[in-house]
Design a protein around this ligand. Structure first.
Ligand SMILES: Cc1cc2nc3c(=O)[nH]c(=O)nc-3n(C[C@H](O)[C@H](O)[C@H](O)COP(=O)(O)OP(=O)(O)OC[C@H]3O[C@@H](n4cnc5c(N)ncnc54)[C@H](O)[C@@H]3O)c2cc1C
Length: 496
């Protein structure tokens, strides 16, 4: 293999984005919109972008707006439902919609390629869960963001909302649901490709495929020296800013960067599995994302849901996720990933998390014992008449849950976390949910933390306001700007 040490100007970039998934692509579009002159490089180890978590088959494709995901409204120690997280996620998703609307208006992306409108329903049974759902409904509808939420415990009405779910259900069973019609299914893989296509057309991004980043180090005060390996050679590129958008690969690159912030983190992989319906008649009869309530001890990403999906333009019906276990941090990664990520600095936190999360370990262990019939039993709680032969198992993407060292010991974090170097020269994205749906807000956070001076400039601010007309406004608190923003997004994205 040839090793090249050339540091000619063509190997220098204003930003190097590692990983060709949705996160790096979102950041690339934002940077290009803010300053079209920037020299951007994206490096992807596989031969196409968006083949890991961002691929439609590897995630649930829910445009997370907290319309139906009950884990976003936890019950506080005082017994009351906490709406804060739901409001934050709803705001962030509205920002994603606004971003897509602007790019659509500019003719840079086509929403028909990645976005479908589908009602978001929360569905529960049993008195205590119905009580929870009713309280959640009452609490959320106090806010403009959720004022269009509908409630029903009427069998006939629910059969109208989701016929397959009610078909074959015993009439006396107490059930209830809420619905928001303005829900979405997103093919995040197709969206990534839309972004990259538009950047390639305008020459805003150099994309290196089949190229793996082996490591990175600061070569002087100014630049990161990033080591790349492709089929033929090992060479280096240089940049004052690096984004580690490598999904499950981000933790290991963060550790290799040597920044002191990296040592607080470890990771624990959880893989997902779906049941996919092979009966197209059934698929056509369901038109909703129906989210239930997670079992005690189940991680939030295991909330069961029955989803209408559009994958590569083809309609499908999917139920899950079921948890699986693999020591890989990427679906196309190595079985050594977990072991290589453990070091003397994160071992104690990882052990503490194991001890504190016995419920989670038991849940994962139980999931690993499931066979096809067991999975069908779970599905029948949603689709009472589901038949074994209509459903096949499919393997989803890997999620690497963050384990963080805190003054109170190791903590398992379920959300997404942006880690930045103190000098702003590097940012890494760890974790998963709500992930892709809130990518625009997360990448704006990256830019505020790492490109603070430029973001404060008149020029960047003006461009941001063109791209995101509601930038700087609190949509959750300001109902008139929320309704103006929604009206614009609805019309440009053909939402309702
Ligand atoms: C089962 C499951 C269900 C989900 N459901 C939803 C959902 O319903 N809604 C939602 O909003 N989000 C969902 N998510 C989360 C969402 O998929 C992720 O937040 C999002 O795809 C992450 O994008 P990314 O670009 O960070 O990572 P990825 O798409 O994984 O991209 C990372 C890329 O980096 C590359 N890479 C890794 N290491 C290197 C290296 N050393 N050198 C070069 N390239 C490298 C990888 O090959 C990969 O292409 C789900 C995730 C999973 C796993």
């Amino acid at each position: 293999m040839q090793v090249s040490n050339s540091n000619s100007s063509e190997n220098y970039f204003d930003a190097v984005l590692i990983g060709g998934g949705l996160m790096s692509s979102t950041l690339a579009v934002l940077l290009n919109e803010l300053d079209p002159e920037l020299r951007l490089l994206m490096v992807e180890r596989l031969d196409s972008p968006a083949l890991e978590s961002s691929a439609a088959v590897n995630n649930a494709g829910t445009g997370h707006a907290a319309n139906c995901e009950l884990n976003y409204t936890p019950v506080g120690p005082d017994g009351n439902i906490k709406p804060q997280k739901a409001l934050e996620i709803n705001n962030a998703f509205e920002q994603s919609l606004e971003f897509w609307a602007s790019l659509t208006e500019m003719g840079k992306i086509a929403p028909t390629k990645f976005l479908n409108v589908v009602p978001h329903i929360s569905f529960v049974w049993g008195e205590s869960d119905i009580c929870f759902l009713k309280e959640r409904f009452q609490k959320l509808t106090e806010f403009p963001a959720f004022s269009e939420m509908e409630w029903s415990n009427d069998f006939g009405e629910l059969a109208d909302w989701m016929p397959l779910v009610m078909n074959g259900r015993s009439f006396g069973q107490p059930v209830a649901a809420t619905r928001i019609k303005r829900g979405t299914d997103i093919d995040f893989g197709a969206l990534t490709n839309e972004y990259l296509h538009s950047l390639q057309l305008n020459g805003g991004l150099k994309l290196k495929l089949s190229t793996e980043v082996l490591g990175l180090a600061k070569d002087n005060q100014e630049n990161w020296r990033i080591e790349l390996k492709d089929e033929h050679s090992i060479n280096h590129v240089y940049s004052p800013f690096v984004f580690l958008g490598a999904g499950g690969g981000a933790l290991s690159l963060l550790q290799k960067s040597g920044i002191s912030e990296a040592f607080q983190y470890g990771g624990f992989p959880v893989s997902g599995q779906w049941l996919v319906c092979s009966n197209s008649e059934l698929t056509e009869q369901h038109h909703a994302k129906v989210y239930g309530k997670a079992k005690i001890g189940a991680p939030p990403m295991s909330v069961p849901h029955l989803d209408s999906r559009w994958i590569n333009g083809k309609r499908s019906l999917l139920f899950g996720p079921f948890a699986g276990f693999s020591t890989k941090f990427l679906k196309k990664g190595s079985g050594w990933d977990l072991f290589k990520s453990i070091n003397s600095k994160n071992l104690a936190s990882m052990l503490q998390v194991g001890v504190k999360n016995i419920d989670l370990i038991k849940y994962l262990f139980d999931q690993l014992q499931l066979d096809h019939e067991d999975r069908l039993q779970s599905l029948r709680k949603f689709l009472p008449q589901a038949k074994n032969n209509d459903w096949e198992l499919s393997i989803a993407g890997q999620r690497v849950q963050i384990i963080k060292k805190t003054p109170k010991g190791g903590v398992l974090q379920m959300g997404t976390e942006v880690v930045t170097a103190s000098d702003g020269s590097l940012a890494a994205l760890l974790g998963a949910s709500p992930g892709a749906s809130t990518a625009v807000t997360i990448m704006l956070q990256v830019l505020q933390r790492c490109w603070g001076e430029k973001m404060a400039s008149e020029d960047y601010r003006k461009r941001l306001e063109q791209l995101l007309p509601s930038f700087g406004q609190d949509l959750g608190a300001d109902s008139s700007s929320l309704s103006k923003t929604r009206k614009r997004s609805n019309s440009l994205l053909n939402l309702l």
